[in-house]
Each structure stands twice: as C-alpha cells, then as structure tokens.
Design a protein around this ligand. Structure first.
Ligand code: AHM
Ligand code: MG
Length: 337
C-alpha cells in the first residue's frame, strides 16, 4: 500500500472506494457519517466529569434542559447522524428495543443497515477508563420497506465494521474486508488521521482477558483453559498476563495490537454469555479476522452464526489465532471427564 500515513479518514475512504470501480460512494459517505457522530460523542465523553456535576444539581443544565446520561446521548447522536446522512434505511441499537426504520425522504434509496452499540463499557464512564462506540454495516436484503431480515444477517455478510475508542487518545479502527486500519483523532484539526495502517494481530499473545470474579460460574473447559494460562511453562511464554478493563473495546483494542485472547464465556447466570452478537461480537469478529485473528463461541465461528433475534447474546472467545484455536482442546477434555 502506498504510504498514506497521516491522511484523514475521509480522504482514506474515498481513496479506498476508488479500488472498487462499481462503488457508488454511498458506503464511504456512511462511514464518514459514523466518524462524524463519533466526534460529537467524543466531545461529550471528554467532559463527562463536568456533565456529572451539572447532573447532580437536579438533572437540568443551565439552559433548563434535562441532563442526559452519556450512553443515551451517544445513542441519540448515532441515530441522528444516520438519519441525516441518507445512506442508512434501517438501524438497530443496543439501547433500543426494536429496530428503527429511516423514513426520511432523502434516504428512500438507501442500501445499508447499521447496527451499533453507541457507548460500550459505559459503566467505566465514572472512573475515566476507556469506552467505545461499535458499529456494523450490512447491505439490505429486502426491497420496499426494510424488514427485520435486513438486520438479522450472519456476520460474514458485513460490508464494514469498526469501533471508536475514547481512550488516552481517540481512535477509529475499521475494516471493509480489506485489512484493518486505525486513525487517531487529531483534536487540533478535528480529524481522524491514519496512524495504524494494516493492523495485524500477533498469532500468539501473552494476555488473557476475562472477568475472573465469575470463575465459580464458568463451565469446566473455561476453568481449565484459564488454569493453563497461569501455568509456568517458560518455553511457551506462560504464565500469560491477565488484563481486564471491563470495556470490550478497550480490552480488544489492546489485545489486537499486542496479541491476546478476550473471553466472555457462558456462565451459570448467563448461559449465553453477556455480549450481543449483532452489536458487539460480529463487528469485533470481522475486525479481528481481518487482522489475522479468530473469533468463536468455543465451537462455531462467530461470523457464521445466523442470528434469530436483535439482542441475541453469544459466548465469545476472540483474539490471537493460536490462542483461540486452543479452546476446543479443553472442551474435548471436558467431554472425556
Ligand atoms: P454494556 O454494553 O452494557 O456496556 O456491557 C458490555 C460490557 C463490555 O464492554 C465488557 O466486556 C463487559 O460488559 C464487561 O462485563 P462484566 O462486568 O460482566 O465483566
Ligand atoms: Mg455494549
């Protein structure tokens, strides 16, 4: 790839769109709308502490408007920019019970549906830990009024996916199935600039990320795998290090760059895990696979799962290829026991 480091996200998606002679530019426009919405969310995330002070005075700000929780605010911004952009005919949000049909006149020929978690890891807002926005884009399959089938597509049909991490710097990481590229927000010009072209995740990592407090509620194979991560086997770089923020975007972003496995397993309390297939697992699985990693529910590839409901949950084992491939070997030992 020619050296494009430093160019803006908007310029980059236009250059990439030219690689596809049939491209109309609609997807590029949609991606730019998502980037714009995330900049607006970023602005509020960055002053979250100040917002909380206002909120404590009676949940009304100085203009007399109700002070909104940041996750609600992020949800509203995503919906607003998707509607305004005109490229999205329907959307699903982790914050909305039902999917939303975009009835705007200028969106009547829109080809795309967008699914998003507007602010993932929002329990971390209060403590200034990293949080993120996750998005997933499909081409609609229906004609006429969009239907639920447009949103219930297997992850392998995604045409683009990505996340924005609001961390020590704000980054947008995305894929359209042609590699994974990361852009860092330059606040001085208000643009995401290419900082991490062609991200590839190491095949082996040294990090495992899981909520260890739930250990007693895990199936045996997860307990055994985590025990394996802790064993002293110098030649295999074990023990691995445990790193867990409790914010999927932040945990996965770190593991994507450094190598590692992120696990949200089935538990006795949540037999299907906690994370949502459509808003969290599919987009992350698309990104991680594009970066050379893997994502499964322990047996099935995440991207092959046919969703049956909008808010479906799924266990997830995602990250460095060799680490994820190790999981089924522990399941076999469980079956033997
Ligand atoms: P949210 O979408 O309500 O923020 O919940 C999802 C988050 C993920 O970011 C994170 O990986 C997980 O919940 C942490 O859950 P737990 O506290 O059970 O470990
Ligand atoms: Mg979430």
């Amino acid at each position: 790839m020619q050296d494009l480091k430093g160019i803006t996200f908007d310029e980059f998606v236009i250059i990439k769109q030219k690689d596809f002679s049939s491209a109309s530019g609609d997807l590029s426009k949609l991606l730019r709308d998502i980037a714009l919405a995330s900049k607006v969310i970023n602005r509020e995330v960055n002053k979250a502490g100040l917002g909380e002070i206002l909120g404590m005075t009676g949940a009304r700000n100085v203009q007399g408007e109700e002070v909104q929780k940041l996750d609600e605010y992020a949800n509203e911004q995503m919906i607003k920019y998707m509607k305004a952009g005109g490229q999205c005919c329907a959307m699903g949000s982790e914050e909305e019970e039902d999917f939303i049909i975009v009835n705007e006149e200028h969106a009547k020929d829109a080809h795309y549906v967008v699914l998003f978690d507007p602010l993932d890891g929002s329990s971390n807002i209060d403590v200034n830990a990293s949080i993120g926005t996750i998005f997933s884009i499909y081409r609609r399959v229906s004609t006429g009024t969009p239907t639920i089938d447009d949103l219930l597509q297997a992850g392998k049909h995604q045409v683009a996916a990505g996340y924005v991490i609001y961390g020590s710097s704000t980054m947008l990481v995305y894929t359209t199935g042609n590699g994974v590229h990361g852009f860092t927000l330059d606040p001085s010009i208000g643009e995401f600039c290419l900082s991490h072209p062609n991200i590839m995740t190491p095949e082996n990592g040294k990090i495992y990320s899981i909520n260890e407090g739930e250990n007693n509620n895990w199936p045996e194979y997860v307990k055994e795998y985590v025990q394996y991560c802790k064993e002293n086997v110098k030649e295999e770089n074990r023990p691995y290090s445990l790193r867990y923020i409790g914010s999927m975007v932040a945990d996965l972003h770190r593991n994507l760059i450094k190598g590692g496995i992120f696990i949200y397993p089935p538990t006795t309390k949540a037999p299907k895990g906690k994370l949502r297939l459509l808003y969290e697992c599919n987009p992350m699985a698309f990104l991680v696979e594009q970066a050379g990693g893997k994502a499964t529910d322990a047996t099935n590839r995440i991207l092959d799962i046919q969703p049956t409901e909008l808010h479906q949950r799924v266990p997830v084992f995602i990250g460095s290829k060799n680490m994820v491939e190790k999981i089924p070997t522990f399941m076999k030992s469980e079956a033997k026991a």
